[in-house]
Write a protein that binds this ligand. Structure first.
Ligand SMILES: [Zn+2]
Length: 243
């Protein structure tokens, strides 16, 4: 029997059996360091528990920018695994890490005041074609994972809402290899609000723009600007890694 058909059939009949079969077919490999036998190892989980660091991007979005850390080690590898190899399973450990960093920023008073007003997590816009080829938007998936962790209370902090309201309009190139100035020109005027989704923003909760890697800050700055044009004030930008 064709392997794909076998997975399909077993997944229909017995979910557990299907998952077990997939484990046999796909090598288990830590998304952070490549260690075999686990999808995310304890050491990488520990590294991602470090305190967030504040960045000073070349293109200043005008609001504080925080990162889980530098673009190296498990942060770099997991982003590449998600983007290039479609490792959807990494949204969970990365979501836990982001939820933890958000909790630290809450304790530090960088985000969230008193009360239980939800934090609105806005995924940074992605080029539609790039997101499609990756099988969906990894940043949005991480944001959903943060929301789930907060909902079930496995990571402490105020509730989180995911507000996917930013869109990248056509004509934006892949920014790899572009200079800081070219990156600004590339995204300038190309971030817009999805008017059908704006209603997901409610009340006066903090707005946190979430992205995977911050290189120059051009996309973050353009996103903050697009939100401001619609009267939405961004509290801070949080990224997995700062280049
Ligand atoms: Zn690892």
């Amino acid at each position: 029997m064709h392997v794909g058909a076998l997975i399909h059939d077993s997944a229909m009949g017995d979910k557990k059996f299907g998952a077990g079969l997939l484990d046999l077919l796909l090598p288990r490999e830590c998304g952070g360091c490549g260690r075999t036998g686990t999808l995310w190892c304890g050491e990488c989980a520990e590294l991602l528990r470090d305190h967030p660091v504040q960045l000073s991007p070349r293109v200043d979005p005008g609001v504080p920018v925080w990162a889980l850390g530098r673009y190296d080690g498990p942060r770099r590898r997991s982003v590449i695994e998600m983007k290039e190899r479609g490792r959807r399973d990494l949204a969970m450990p990365l979501g836990i890490a982001v939820a933890g960093a958000l909790g630290t920023l809450e304790r530090w008073g960088e985000v969230g005041g008193g009360g239980r007003t939800p934090i609105m997590l806005v995924p940074a816009p992605t080029r539609a074609r790039a997101a499609r080829s990756r099988g969906g938007d990894p940043v949005r998936r991480i944001a959903e994972s943060v929301r789930e962790k907060r909902e079930v209370g496995s990571v402490e902090g105020r509730p989180v809402r995911v507000c996917p309201i930013l869109r990248m309009t056509r004509g934006v190139r892949d920014s790899v290899g572009l200079s800081a100035a070219d990156r600004v020109t590339n995204v300038n005027g190309h971030v817009s609000l999805d008017t059908t989704a704006v209603s997901s923003i409610v009340g006066d909760g903090d707005i946190v723009l979430l992205d995977d890697v911050l290189t120059t800050g051009a996309t973050a700055a353009e996103s903050v600007r697009a939100l401001a044009l619609s009267g939405i004030r961004t509290t801070l930008v949080l990224v997995l890694a700062g280049a």
